[in-house]
Design a protein around this ligand. Structure first.
Ligand SMILES: [Zn+2]
Ligand SMILES: [Zn+2]
Ligand SMILES: [Zn+2]
Ligand SMILES: [Zn+2]
Length: 606
């Protein structure tokens, strides 16, 4: 648990590292400027950490490439040197002037130059054709590459032109010092070929951000990779690149509040990524694959269940049932005022975001019994902005028909507004539905609804006065404090409305300038493009950007195969037809491919 107070706890024991060993780490990056501790701040910190990792790996990659090139150049030079050496030696041997058996090592100057001083004899006294019987002699590599002296017989050297065996060897991992520093395999680094196909463990030493306070900590990333891929393709650290998830980059570390809502016993939030969806669902949770952009089940604190990608969650996507899209702040202000005059009926379980003593001003979902639901209604649940229990034993609903209703031009929607009161009253759920209507909305054509027109720019107090007066007129004695309220001349419950708005929206008014939007360069607006004609996919929302690759536009889709999970894909791929299904087509194709082959006897007759 990384949060609160124990920043290094999950950072693989980084804190216990002796200070001297920090020399193995790159220099500590500049401190982050952290604004607030909210999700947006953490998203920014995460982005900066990723940026640092990316830059580190770019530098390391360049170094590895340079080291490999230098090693290869050295190797080529050494090969060329010993090839020339061999030719020269053979030529010096062929053109010797001494008689048969008289030639000494010293007579072949090319070889004699490498005679080691520790040899017990002088090159003038040792025959150029001496073999094992006389014992091998030591030779010194002339190339200054730090090679150990090697032993060989003069015969080998003079007649066969043999050179320094270290120079002939393939490049070892030890020659690529940046990689050698990360290598943790069992074979000694000096014995490991740099192009080996072996998969070995590595350690990347870098810095990670503690999301609790934005400070940098030295950390070690542990991962496995094939030696050749790291040396020749300069593959970077797989944790830095996001392919491997550990405590420095997991969903649990960065967004514990989201991790807590994960409703999948098979998925481990400590091993799930934060935004990039490179952990296939298959890998995270058994066989079922929801695609590259895997969808996970979530359960909010009020017990609602829904499905979404991690990306969607990290970008701010919340529980659709707890969504605020149906509630307006103006509605909250009116309901708060009315709740000071007539008893408010709480809407279901209390929203845990609200302080204990604050009434819940959010909307009700009234469920219409099947026998009362009109056939053309799609849903049996009806949203009513507020419900009040009047002293006279009457239950009324209040609807705030604000600016949103002006935009509703569609007839079917208007018909629904008219039917709403009728159905709710017929079903016995309400005795009356009061519509507080702003501006010049069309009249309601039903007896079960009471329309209270209020001016476009009226205050919550003015609206509450009009609504309460209308309710009192319809149900005399139902609003006992009405006269005092009307005389009072000012609102009474806006402090509660403010508290409710702050608890749910996080602020009273949207900030004037959204910092996230002003920073990056302007990106082209998101265009919706339809799926390909052959596609099984249907869009289930607007397109949005991949925060890791802002040029990539993603979209959630539902698949015609009946897969209940939404499937996130790159919109352009779906439009071009490269992605046609939730992968059910591929799975189907694979299953057919795996079908047992037709026995030979049968096929010959066909
Ligand atoms: Zn050598
Ligand atoms: Zn790393
Ligand atoms: Zn919810
Ligand atoms: Zn499908």
């Amino acid at each position: 648990m990384l949060r609160a107070g124990a920043p290094g706890a999950s950072m693989t024991g980084a804190l216990e590292l002796p200070a001297t060993s920090l020399r193995a780490w790159p220099p500590q990056p500049a401190p982050l400027r952290v604004v607030g501790g909210g999700r947006e701040a953490r998203r920014q910190m995460l982005g900066q950490m990723r940026g640092f990792w990316k830059e580190q790996n770019r530098v390391r990659r360049e170094r590895i490439q340079a080291e490999v090139e230098a090693a290869q150049a050295r190797q080529a030079e050494a090969h060329a040197y010993w090839d020339r050496h061999k030719a020269t030696v053979k030529q010096q041997w062929a053109t010797r002037t001494t008689g048969r058996g008289q030639t000494m090592v010293a007579d072949i100057p090319e070889v004699a130059a490498q005679w080691h001083q520790d040899n017990g004899a002088r090159s003038e006294d040792v025959s150029a054709t001496a073999d094992r019987k006389k014992g091998p002699y030591l030779w010194e590599c002339p190339l200054g590459l730090g090679h150990e002296p090697w032993s060989a017989t003069p015969k080998d050297r003079v007649l066969h032109g043999a050179g320094c065996p270290s120079c002939r060897q393939l490049i070892r991992l030890v020659d690529i010092s940046t990689l050698a520093a990360q290598y943790c395999g069992p074979t000694p680094v000096s014995d490991m070929k740099y192009a080996a196909h072996e998969r070995v463990p590595w350690t990347c030493r870098t810095w990670a951000v503690d999301p609790a306070n934005g400070s940098w900590w030295p950390v070690e990333h542990h991962f496995e990779a094939v030696v050749k891929e790291r040396a020749l393709q300069a593959d970077a650290c797989r944790v830095c690149a996001g392919y491997v998830v550990d405590d420095t980059n997991s969903l649990h570390t960065w967004f514990p509040e989201i991790a807590d809502e994960l409703d999948d016993p098979d998925a481990d939030a400590c091993r799930l990524p934060t935004t990039r969806h490179n952990v296939p669902r298959r890998q995270a949770a058994g066989e079922e694959s929801g695609g590259v952009y895997a969808t996970f089940p979530w359960r909010c604190r009020r017990g609602h269940c829904w499905e979404a990608t991690i990306l969607n969650r990290v970008q701010g996507g919340g529980c659709p049932s707890c969504s605020l899209s149906g509630i307006s702040k103006e509605q909250v202000r009116l309901v708060a005022e009315l709740a000071g005059l007539i008893p408010l009926v709480p809407p279901g379980p209390t929203d845990p975001r609200l302080p204990d003593d604050l009434p819940d001003f959010s909307s009700h979902q009234l469920v219409v019994p099947p026998q009362h639901k009109p056939d053309h209604w799609r849903y049996k649940a009806v949203e009513v902005d507020a419900v009040f229990q009047l002293a006279v034993g009457t239950r009324i609903g209040v609807e705030y028909d604000g600016a949103f209703h002006h935009s509703i031009k569609r007839r079917d929607r208007r018909q629904y507004e008219n039917e709403k009161g009728q159905v709710l009253v017929a079903a016995g759920l309400l005795d009356l539905l009061v519509h507080v209507r702003l501006g010049d909305l069309p009249p309601l054509e039903t007896a079960q609804a009471l329309a209270v027109p209020v001016p476009e720019r009226s205050t919550a107090y003015q609206q509450a006065c009009a609504a309460a007066a209308a309710i009192e007129a319809r149900f005399p004695g139902s609003v006992p404090g009405l006269d005092a309220y009307l005389v009072g001349g000012h609102s009474r419950r806006q402090d509660q409305a403010d508290a409710f708005i702050v608890a749910l929206w996080g602020e009273l008014r949207p900030p004037r300038r959204r910092p996230a939007r002003t920073q990056p360069r302007r990106l082209r607006p998101l265009k919706e493009t339809p799926p390909h004609n052959d596609s099984l996919l249907t869009p289930a929302g607007a397109p949005y950007r991949n925060p890791d690759r802002p040029k990539e536009i993603l979209r959630d889709y539902s698949c015609a195969c009946g897969n209940p999970r939404l499937f996130t894909a790159v919109q352009a791929q779906v439009t071009s037809g490269n992605t046609k299904s939730c992968r059910c087509l591929q799975r189907q194709a694979k299953r057919q491919w795996r079908a047992p082959p037709v026995p030979r006897g049968d096929s010959s007759g066909a």
